[in-house]
Write a protein that binds this ligand. Structure first.
Ligand SMILES: N[C@@H](CCC(=O)N[C@@H](CS)C(=O)NCC(=O)O)C(=O)O
Length: 219
């Protein structure tokens, strides 16, 4: 299968697809796109103008969750649970991960001094929900085996290394299981391989340009 992942350097949805590809051990190419100046070839394969898109031969598949599901149906090893009910529950937590990404966006774009704290409280409440949903022994979401929910949350947690370095510590101090899960994911080779080497520097530059409370704190 000839696979190309159309990618943006900072996109967490791209990373989840890249993690699944790495977990499958399948070779794939990357094609990078500048989302601030979308080229015609990109608009032709991405109906919503978003990354990621997976090109399978010449056929585009868009939406990261759909890409992950397609890869899981066609390539071993299976990352989703075999049981239909468990699989449905995992899909729910994948959606939960996308909702957390929306709150992270609201956190780093918050315009005034009070707003980041309000979003931080929402995020910490989400982590408290995850603390209850996680397998008690870990190291991954459902226990010993890495699953697609892990691929979804690894890029979520990546933001917090940068936020901590910017002087916003203690995100996981009340949710130790989530903290341990985050640490286990950071060690996973597929997770390390999914992001560009200069991810942190790129994210800082991106955050600095947001005209937000966080960007003002960075000056
Ligand atoms: N629901 C989509 C979300 C993807 C998404 O939001 N991608 C962002 C970058 S991280 C994007 O391409 N934004 C460009 C735009 O909306 O114009 C998915 O899961 O693939």
């Amino acid at each position: 299968m000839d696979l190309t992942l159309v990618s943006h350097h900072l996109c967490p949805y791209v990373q989840r697809a890249a993690i699944v590809l790495h977990e499958k051990g399948v070779p794939f190419e990357r094609r990078w796109v500048d989302l601030a100046a979308k080229p015609d070839w990109f608009n032709a394969v991405s109906p919503l103008g978003k990354t990621p898109v997976l090109l399978v031969g010449g056929d585009p598949v868009f939406e990261s969750a759909v890409i992950c599901e397609y890869l899981d149906e066609t390539l071993a090893p299976r990352l989703h649970p075999a049981d239909a009910l468990l699989r449905a529950r995992h899909r729910g937590w994948m959606e939960f991960g996308s909702s957390v990404l929306n709150t992270i966006w609201a956190y780093y774009t918050a315009p005034d001094a009070a707003a980041p704290q309000a979003q931080r409280e929402v995020l910490e409440a989400r982590f408290a929900q995850l603390e209850q949903a996680l397998h008690p022994q870990g190291p991954f979401f459902a226990g010993a085996g890495f699953c697609i929910v892990d691929a979804v949350f690894a890029p979520v947690f990546r933001y917090f290394g940068t936020f901590e370095a910017l002087g916003e510590p203690g995100w996981f101090s009340r949710t130790p299981r989530v903290g341990a899960w985050r640490a286990a994911l950071a060690q996973r080779p597929s997770v390390r391989a999914a992001a560009v080497a200069d991810y942190d520097a790129r994210l800082r530059a991106f955050l600095r340009e947001r005209a937000s409370e966080l960007s003002r704190r960075m000056q």
